[in-house]
Design a protein around this ligand. Sequence first.
Ligand code: MG
Length: 242
Amino acid sequence: MFEKAIRTYLKTHHFVSLRLKAVLFDMDGVLFDSMKNHAAAWHEAMKRYHLHMTPEEAYLHEGRTGADTINIISARQRNETASEEEIETIYQTKSDIFNTLPQAERMPGAYELLQKIKKEGLTPVLVTGSGQKSLIERLNRSFPDIFKPELMVTAFDVKQGKPNPEPYLKGLKKAGVSANEAIVVENAPLGVRAGVAADIFTVAVNTGPLADEVLQKEGANLLFHSMTDFNNNWESFYQLIQ
Ligand code: MG
């Protein structure tokens, strides 16, 4: 199964080899079990401003910048995009609600996988659309000695959020590797699209309520149902791309 996925990737993206040097990790829904909180916070914040977005829909928009998400819902419901002020207010409300919710746990299997990656001398890179200032501290607390600050791409580093490939292209650049020397680990459909658009082998980890097909349709090269599942398969996958 892994051999076939690698062959298909090489053919589609016109590479002759995949030799792993860096692993680009999305954060929410991959490293932290935080998507339930984000979905609930989005739903509630939108409701306060008379905009309608179900918690489920939040999973489909995951990875977009806050402004993009608000504009899409506003355009759909009111036929116009939101003003900058409104975007700021709604996004602040969403963040405030999110911060009242219990802090999300580390995704089971994530730390184990990161330790293996580090031990192999591979470079872990964080690529998130999140713009929370407390992010670095929290990552270091939950995943000690894994991510270096200069190997993080956050909302502050990019003009275009996912599904644009920019965040993942920045991640490659920060790690100093080419597309066929990395893999992306993503849980969100738009994140998968961004990884694929950056020509990177993209591993989907379906940790939320969406159907597998939603992630496969975006071009995921492999799909696991949990980080534990990916971690358990790591050795057999890595031996093919080292
Ligand atoms: Mg995610």
